[in-house]
Design a protein around this ligand. Structure first.
Ligand code: ADP
Ligand code: ADP
Length: 226
């Protein structure tokens, strides 16, 4: 768990597109933030900068008062869940979940304990020996979620994690994410196009437009505005 701050954070891509224009905001320890806004407004860029998958062009991103701009992705203690799951196809579910812990040098029995506990919570236990291609879309998304959770990161980043699922599974996974947040209270940034997801998951919502934060507030505050 951790607080997350943006101080005049900007991103200009090498081609000259400025995707983020001097964003300032403070996200409290344990807060669940949902980011909405039209396609191309900079939502992914913002998340990718936090994860360290894109560099920051100007300004700062801080976790617990520490500037993280220059840290390697692996040093940031952040886990990201993607729309396309991004699982390792040649690894079993178990190994997909264990991988991030192995590269950090965690002890084998400690890894096993954590992977098995998270698998149980997400009802993945019977699938641990399977490869991703033998899983349904919903199961793959659970594995992607499990892989993030086992790391016990300081911050979770979700980039439209449910948009490839059918309507029924989306509802189910949304409830699951809600439950997880109640239990773990990990600081989370969640990007979605789905208004119901935004309304039900967000403690505060951020509305972005053209690389800027246009509104920030509770779902009620944001949706009540004319
Ligand atoms: P969103 O996630 O809200 O759809 P993005 O963060 O993907 O928005 O994109 C914000 C802006 O940055 C868009 O104008 C997009 O075309 C541009 N952009 C995104 N990725 C790159 C990139 N790798 N190189 C150049 N421009 C990019
Ligand atoms: P050891 O066999 O010495 O305990 P590991 O814990 O690394 O070593 O397990 C070896 C391999 O067995 C793992 O890479 C993983 O593929 C598989 N494995 C371990 N535990 C499970 C489990 N609960 N379910 C499915 N596969 C497992």
């Amino acid at each position: 768990m951790a607080s997350l701050s943006f101080r005049k954070t900007s991103k200009t891509y090498p081609g000259g597109v400025t995707a983020i224009h001097g964003v300032n905001m403070e996200i409290a320890d344990g807060e669940f933030i949902v980011i909405v806004g039209p396609s191309g407004c900079g939502k992914s860029t913002l998340l990718r900068m936090v994860a360290g998958l894109e560099s920051v062009s100007a300004g700062e991103i801080l976790i617990d008062e520490e500037v993280i701009n220059e840290l390697e992705p692996a040093e940031r203690d952040i886990a990201m869940v993607f729309q396309n799951y991004a699982l390792y196809p040649h690894m079993s579910v178990y190994d997909n979940m264990a991988y991030g812990l192995r590269i950090r040098g965690m002890r084998r029995d400690a890894i096993r304990e954590r992977v098995e506990a998270v698998a149980q919570t997400l009802e993945l236990t019977p699938l641990l020996t399977r490869r991703p291609r033998h899983l349904s879309g919903g199961q793959r998304q659970r594995v992607a979620m499990g892989r993030a959770i086992v790391r016990e990161p300081r911050v979770f980043l979700f980039d439209e994690p449910l948009s490839n699922l059918d309507a029924k599974l989306r509802v189910q996974m949304r409830l699951e994410i809600q439950k997880l947040h109640r239990r773990l209270a990990t600081t989370s940034l969640y990007v979605t196009h789905d208004q119901v997801e935004a309304m039900t998951l967000a403690q505060r919502m951020i509305v972005m437009n053209q690389g800027r934060v246009e509104q920030i507030g509770t779902p009620a505050e944001v949706f009540e505005r004319p």
